[in-house]
Design a protein around this ligand. Structure first.
Ligand code: NAD
Ligand code: UD1
Length: 312
């Protein structure tokens, strides 16, 4: 049985990946400091995985976690754009230096393949839509700079040390277990919580900014395909469909019966105006295309928030 490491495995996306890997028969090790993830996310598989609580900022932690692994999925990060603007150096210690610790550990352990959770944030505000992987990156936040730096490190580790790697640029991921509790949480989780509590949402700016929302099960599929492939480089993981934030609220309001009108607040610094993925590269080189439609994904997510008993 092959052992695989998932950093950030107690988080939203990581825990879905862990469940899938367990179902496929892998021995799964999770490294997580539980700063934004939690053990409840792993409740369904807790007794079938190896859990190591630890912080990426300590190189010894990554070394211990990567030992004996054939694949590494590196998802642990400070994920909020505003949080990295508030603390560029602190977030870089995790997102950049912490990632280097994971790369070093993977190299020392002779890992066969490392897949990194990068972000569409690296494109910044490029008006040439849909966003293609060959566009020059225009990072607009420390978060985007940090993700881009790690993409480059991956390429360098590939070239210098023969570590097989791929970076997946996730667009805006949503689904069950996305934590709505902070103002910096993913917008769909926040809007669903507001609607279920019959509260008006806050929309930053005019709400005409767009995102490409992809359901978490599709992202897990992309991660597996990337691990099984030997294709190097960066790949978009999105749907190719662009949704305005105002229209997102309208759909959620219709689904939940919430009649509240949104409050508008000042736009967020570093916020990206339009975002939608070009999906050709992931399709032709990884065999990936998103399967869960937006409405279907929203309905599944809403059902989960309703059933989770938290009112969220
Ligand atoms: P999440 O916050 O639920 O998961 C991140 C996990 O990393 C958490 O479990 C957290 O406890 C862990 N972590 C944070 N700092 C750590 C540290 N110093 N040491 C060890 N563990 C640490 O977020 P998510 O949405 O599941 O994001 C997973 C990955 O995907 C991240 O790298 C994020 O940047 C990337 N990503 C997410 C999205 C999205 O829309 N959610 C989009 C693009 C990229
Ligand atoms: C998100 C991810 C980031 C990822 C990026 C990829 C989170 C917390 N952040 O950033 O990790 O790399 O996608 O594209 O998952 N908004 C509102 N009201 C709210 C909350 C948000 O109007 O209450 C707006 C924001 O201003 C933004 C949009 O909704 O325009 C999306 O915001 P958010 O979900 O925080 O995601 P990103 O900043 O795109």
């Amino acid at each position: 049985m092959e052992t695989v490491l998932v950093t950030g495995g107690a988080g939203f996306i990581g825990s879905h990946l862990v469940e899938r890997l367990v179902a496929e028969g892998f021995v799964v090790r999770v490294l997580d400091d539980l700063s934004s993830g939690c053990m409840a996310n792993l409740a369904a598989v807790r007794d079938r995985i190896e859990f190591q609580k630890g912080d990426l900022r300590d190189p010894a932690v990554s070394r211990k976690a990567a030992a004996g692994c054939t694949w590494v999925f590196h998802l642990a990060a400070v994920v909020s754009v505003p949080q990295t603007i508030g603390d560029p150096a602190g977030s870089a210690a995790v997102n950049e230096t912490g990632s280097l610790h994971v790369l070093e550990a993977a190299r020392e352990a002779g890992v066969r393949r490392l897949v990194f959770a990068s972000s569409s944030a690296v494109y910044g505000d490029d008006p040439r839509l849909p966003l293609r992987e060959d566009l020059p990156p225009r990072p607009r936040s420390p978060y985007a700079v940090q993700k881009l730096a790690v993409e480059h490190y991956l390429a360098v580790y590939d070239e210098l040390f023969g570590l097989s790697t791929a970076s997946l640029r996730f667009f805006n991921v949503f689904g069950p277990r996305q934590d709505p509790s902070s103002p910096y949480s993913g917008v769909i989780s926040i809007f669903l919580r507001r609607a279920l509590e019959d509260q008006a949402p806050v929309i930053y700016g005019d709400g005409l900014q767009t995102r490409d929302f992809i359901y978490v099960a599709d992202v897990v599929e992309a991660l597996l395909l990337a691990a099984r492939s030997s294709a190097a480089g960066v790949f978009n993981v999105g749907t190719g469909r662009e949704v305005e934030i105002v229209s997102l609220w309208r759909q959620i309001a219709a689904l939940t019966g919430c009649k509240r009108l949104p409050h508008h607040a000042a736009p967020r610094p570093g916020d990206i105006r339009r975002s939608v993925a070009a999906v050709g590269e992931a399709s032709s080189r990884l065999g990936f295309s998103a399967r869960v439609g937006f409405e279907e994904g929203l309905a599944r997510t809403l059902a989960w928030y309703r059933g989770s008993g938290s009112g969220a």
